[in-house]
Ligand binder design. Structure first.
Ligand SMILES: [Zn+2]
Ligand SMILES: [Zn+2]
Length: 337
């Protein structure tokens, strides 16, 4: 079968690979679409330490069911599905308490194990989700970044009516803003790129702040009537944004850190105590795929607005290279196979 192979950092091409052999508890899929994610770009650039090479990339993978386990009662060949790419062990401490998203032995498709940018993929049945008929193939993979955003909002215990500052208006931040609206919270999107803020406003975000051209702390103070934001979702990984999150958040507020910082960041930890902050990491997701697909299907979250373009499998290697070189030109790219 054809696959999108990273033979080494910086070297990506279409390559022949063996069709995977389905294990007893797995579903074999004919892949129909895939999303190019920041982690695929990190793998291409060689900056993701978890990736080993050669590696077929891709973890946002949708397709048609070809073969199901013998005892399967729900899925049928021909069904449209999306894979949940975080394959957990089921017996470590985090798995034992239901936090399978941060399993100590987590293997993510396209990172630790072969990805799904290929003609076929075989994946554990329990991590395969049926897709509503009305979501076009090229948008289905975007349910994966949406679960990341939903988890970040939930990790911060976000409540209806609360102000939620979201730092970073990339796909995760813009999806988090839309999800916040669906639960009745009020997003305030903070990003230094005005076009991204304009896009946020077209998605229903009423408050946007450029931290370079305005005093972002004063602006958030004004919007929140002096309280500051009950919740901050840090979705950029940028050192200044992470530092600013502690000023943007209210006393007794919650911060959820979903962006990956490039290095360690010194923080005024005295303020954690003074404001009695709850600061939580947020990684992957648990059990949120059905809800994510429902929100897209019902038009509650507009993923199409974030799509820069959709490319063919043949054009995927060149597109990955171009995104790595010109990240500002792209928000989200999906591939149709
Ligand atoms: Zn992703
Ligand atoms: Zn585990």
């Amino acid at each position: 079968m054809k696959s999108v192979l990273l033979s080494n950092p910086g070297k990506i091409q279409i390559s022949e690979a063996e069709v995977p052999i389905r294990k007893d508890d797995e579903v074999l899929l004919k892949v129909r679409s895939a999303g190019i994610c920041g982690s695929d770009i990190g793998a291409y650039k060689g900056v993701n330490p978890l990736v080993t090479y050669p590696r077929i990339i891709g973890h946002e993978i949708a397709g048609e069911v070809l073969e199901v386990p013998e005892n399967e009662t729900e899925l049928l060949p021909g069904d449209r599905v999306l894979i949940e790419p975080y394959v957990y062990c089921g017996h470590c401490y985090p798995c034992s308490i239901g936090h399978t998203n941060c399993c100590e032995n987590l293997t993510v498709r396209g990172v630790h194990i072969e990805g799904g940018m290929a003609e076929y993929v075989s994946h554990p049945r329990k991590l395969v989700h049926k897709v509503p008929d009305n979501i076009p193939w090229n948008l289905v993979p975007m349910a994966e970044p949406l679960v990341i955003s939903m988890h970040a909002i939930q990790q911060a215990d976000t409540q209806s009516g609360q102000h939620v500052v979201i730092t970073g208006a990339g796909q995760i931040g813009l999806l988090a803003a839309q999800y916040a609206i669906t639960i009745g919270a009020i997003p305030i999107v903070v990003d230094p790129v005005d076009e991204r803020l304009a896009l946020a406003r077209t998605l229903g975000v009423t408050h946007t702040v450029n931290p370079v051209t305005t005093d972002s702390v004063a602006e958030i103070k004004r919007i929140t009537h002096d309280r500051m934001a009950e919740v901050v979702i840090e979705a950029s990984g940028d050192a200044r944004a992470i530092r600013n999150a502690i000023d943007y958040v209210s006393y007794a507020g919650h911060i959820s850190l979903v962006g990956w910082p490039k290095s360690d960041i010194p923080l005024p930890t005295g303020l954690f105590t003074k404001k009695e902050l709850t600061i939580r990491g947020s990684r992957n997701s648990v059990g949120q795929f059905p809800e994510s697909l429902r929100l897209i299907s019902e038009g509650k979250v507009d993923v199409a607005a974030l799509l820069t373009k959709t490319v063919s499998m043949e054009d995927t290697p060149a597109t990955v290279a171009d995104i790595a070189e010109h990240p500002d030109r792209y928000l989200k790219v999906t591939c149709l196979f």
